[in-house]
Design a binder for this molecule. Structure first.
Ligand code: MN
Length: 731
């Protein structure tokens, strides 16, 4: 926007407005040229706020209206729309005066009233260092802005003015607000691409939180300020000349990097101010996108570049929409200078981030872009609403989304996918589609089959191989990096656990009643889940299955009063009374504490082997089933003590056990032969083998007879060494 256009702006009766209001209109006109028709409504809000706050003063002594006017002004500078600026003027009215949001809705519009209410709500949320509280408050904040992201932008403007005037507050308040600004507002602004806000937030917070460092650094920068300014001017002129000769018109802005970023560099690299070289940056603004690359080429042909510092954010924008070319060159006098090349639109977007979209709001692309950029926020909120997690999990996810660097990888169709640094093929799979993730079997990275936990790098081409079945394992959680993958895996596992508990609970109820010779009461027991305190039959089953309640509880609650049964009393009530502390050796090689005449089975779900830590689970009517202690089928929480029993291995030797190995491998000649060969060489009996192919991935199950865990592990280790084996585990 050039000054002619601004000067050309002469709304009718412009003179009737106060000077500062005219200034606001001019700012807004830069981005929204239909502002003339909005001027009367804007002015109404201006007067309304002035009047509402007329008896109020800030701590500094200035009228309270100053604060709300400046908030509106910041919003205008951010290129926000008329509605936002009006809400900015009115943002403290509901909280600080006796004007209701209904009045605002009537005087202005329901949308303005909603925005004001939203800002008021966030204002009540205090962030502190307590992780749980912080998580909860983040969540509240996100939920309240999920409807309209403008709430957050208005809150940013409000916070920025409060930070600019923070000196007037008591020190203890200064610190709390500054910490919150550094830890919550700055990362969020960054995530939303609002870099000018982010930098100002960071510098202001730095100033209040580490005044000594700030002052020292500021003094050093000031001492070199004039020299650096002269250098920037000289270097900018040089580049402008170079590009002008090539026919590229440019505008160049030079700057010294902001205090906090220099401070962070000094800390990270453990260097003194004099040792930090790249504190200068210039921005080259060119007319067209194609000029960006042309300009880059010309600059590189004059100055030596540092290859590892080059970034093409035009071809591959950041997730928050940021676009620019970054290069660091050895400039005049052998000084390192960062050069950012971008068009005017890119520049505006880089400064104001999501706020840029209100500038383009008239067009559909503006709205689409905005949707794209706040998608992560909506997804986060959706995931949290549909599947509440605990606070630590939430903070973990948020940190991933707010604070991690990004990498860029490609699909087989050359679509670009953005992932956090350290993401794996599995994260990629979940990013493509939840089903692809859940059914993921293996992955090819740049044409080579790679384990699912290998970290991806920018530029990798990733192809996911899926099967028809779900392959999720708990192990996946130990290496996935994205919110989405973590969420979906957890959700699936939880859901699956739920289904298993329900099934187990149904079985317990049926068999339990049968054992108590009350099988005829089964129908009644099922119908009376509400009497047991549950909302549905499945929740009743789940509680039984998980061991939250026992059969004893069921009988006591539903039948005991009417039908005392001494026989089942001794049975249900005192299993321990039956313990004779004898040691029984079973044919299966299990030593059981205390109980005689019990049948012992090895559980089919986990096939325990000697050497595994095991537990016995008493299944009425079926004796004792031995599980591995880590078996998923064992209800883990609130273990119903008297259904579990200590058992241990008591092997005299020579006894063989069946174990199943699940193998995922590349499909190549002789693969199955190599596997069976190892089993044969280990003098181990193979009971069965079954392999299937899915693309270039083979997956299957081998059943072998072993003596112990050690024996099984030896074979696993040998198979693992076969080239092309991607994963092998006991199931
Ligand atoms: Mn305020």
């Amino acid at each position: 926007m050039n000054s002619q256009q601004i000067q050309g702006f002469q709304p009718e009766n412009m003179q009737i407005y106060p000077k500062r209001f005219q200034l606001l209109l001019r700012k807004m006109y830069q981005y929204h040229n239909n502002i003339e028709s909005d001027a009367p409504l804007l002015y109404k809000a201006y007067k309304f706020a002035e009047n509402a706050h007329k008896t109020q003063f800030r701590r500094s002594g200035e009228p309270y209206f100053e604060h709300v006017f400046e908030t509106g002004m910041i919003l205008a500078e951010l290129s926000m729309d008329t509605t936002s600026v009006i809400a900015g003027f009115l943002h403290d009215v509901v909280e600080d005066t006796n004007i209701s949001s209904n009045t605002i809705a009537e005087e202005f519009s329901p949308v303005v009233a909603e925005l004001v209410l939203g800002v008021t709500k966030i204002g009540g949320i205090k962030f502190d260092s307590n992780q749980e509280r912080q998580a909860e408050n983040f969540l509240k904040m996100f939920l309240s802005v999920a409807q309209d992201i403008r709430v957050l932008v208005i809150k940013f403007a409000d916070r920025l003015h409060n930070m600019r005037t923070l000196y007037s507050l008591p020190v203890i308040k200064q610190r709390r607000i500054a910490i919150e600004t550094r830890d919550v507002y700055a990362p969020l602004a960054s995530r939303l691409g609002m870099y000018s806000l982010k930098m100002e937030f960071e510098d202001l917070a730095f100033q209040y939180l580490e005044p000594e460092y700030y002052k020292a650094l500021d003094k050093q920068i000031r001492s070199q300020h004039d020299e650096m300014e002269r250098y920037i001017a000289r270097f900018s002129d040089t580049i402008q000349d170079i590009l002008k000769k090539k026919g590229i018109q440019t505008k160049i802005y030079g700057r010294i990097k902001h205090h906090f970023s220099i401070h962070r560099k000094m800390l990270r690299q453990n260097k003194k101010f004099e040792e930090i070289f790249d504190i200068l940056a210039i921005r080259v603004i060119v007319p067209e996108e194609s000029d960006c690359y042309a300009a880059l080429g010309h600059i590189h042909s004059h100055f030596v570049m540092i290859p590892e510092r080059f970034r093409d954010f035009i071809n591959v924008p950041k997730q928050n929409g940021y676009r620019s070319l970054h290069t660091t060159v050895i400039g005049l006098d052998k000084r390192l200078v960062e050069v950012q090349i971008r068009t005017a639109d890119m520049h505006h977007s880089a400064e104001v981030g999501i706020a840029a979209h209100w500038k383009y709001k008239e067009s559909k692309t503006g709205t689409d872009e905005l949707e794209k950029q706040i998608k992560w926020l909506r997804e986060l909120v959706e995931a949290l609403k549909s599947d509440p997690t605990n606070d630590a999990e939430f903070m973990e996810m948020l940190k991933i989304d707010l604070f991690q660097d990004e990498i860029f990888v490609f699909t087989p169709n050359n679509d670009l996918i953005k992932l956090p640094n350290g993401a794996t093929p599995l994260d990629f799979a979940f990013n493509v589609h939840t089903e692809v993730g859940l059914k993921c079997l293996g992955a090819k990275v740049n044409g080579r089959i790679m384990p699912l936990n290998s970290p991806l790098s920018s530029g990798d081409r990733v192809e996911i191989i899926t099967s028809n079945n779900y392959n999720i394992s708990y192990n996946w959680l130990s290496f996935v990096k994205t919110t989405k993958a973590i969420n979906k895996i957890r959700k699936w596992l939880r859901q699956n656990e739920y289904e298993q508990s329900v099934k187990l609970g149904e079985e317990i109820l049926e068999k339990g009643l049968r054992r108590l010779k009350m099988a005829d009461r089964l129908k009644e027991a099922k119908e009376r889940f509400a009497d047991m305190g549950f909302q549905t039959l499945n929740l009743f089953y789940q509680a039984l299955g998980k061991g939250d309640i026992t059969m004893r509880d069921v009988v006591n609650r539903l039948f005991r009063a009417e039908e005392p049964s001494p026989e089942s009393e001794s049975d249900e009530g005192g299993l321990s009374g039956l313990l004779k502390r004898t040691v029984l050796r079973t044919p299966q090689g299990i030593r059981i504490q205390g109980i005689e005449n019990m049948m012992v089975n090895l559980a089919k779900c986990c096939n325990p082997l000697p050497g595994d830590v095991i537990v016995g689970f008493i299944t009425r009517g079926r004796g004792i089933t031995i599980h591995r202690s880590e078996c998923k089928n064992i209800p883990k929480l609130q273990i119903e003590q008297d259904r579990f029993i200590d058992v241990e291995w008591d092997i005299s030797g020579g006894k063989k056990f069946v174990t199943h190995l699940k193998i995922i491998c590349e499909d190549r000649r002789n693969m199955v032969y190599d596997i069976t060969d190892i089993i044969k060489d280990a003098k181990t009996n193979m009971l069965g083998i079954n392999f299937e192919l899915e693309g270039e991935i083979g997956y299957g199950n081998v059943a072998i007879e072993v003596e112990s865990v050690k024996h099984a592990n030896r074979i696993i280790a040998k198979i693992q060494k076969i080239p092309g084996i991607l994963n092998i585990e006991r199931i």
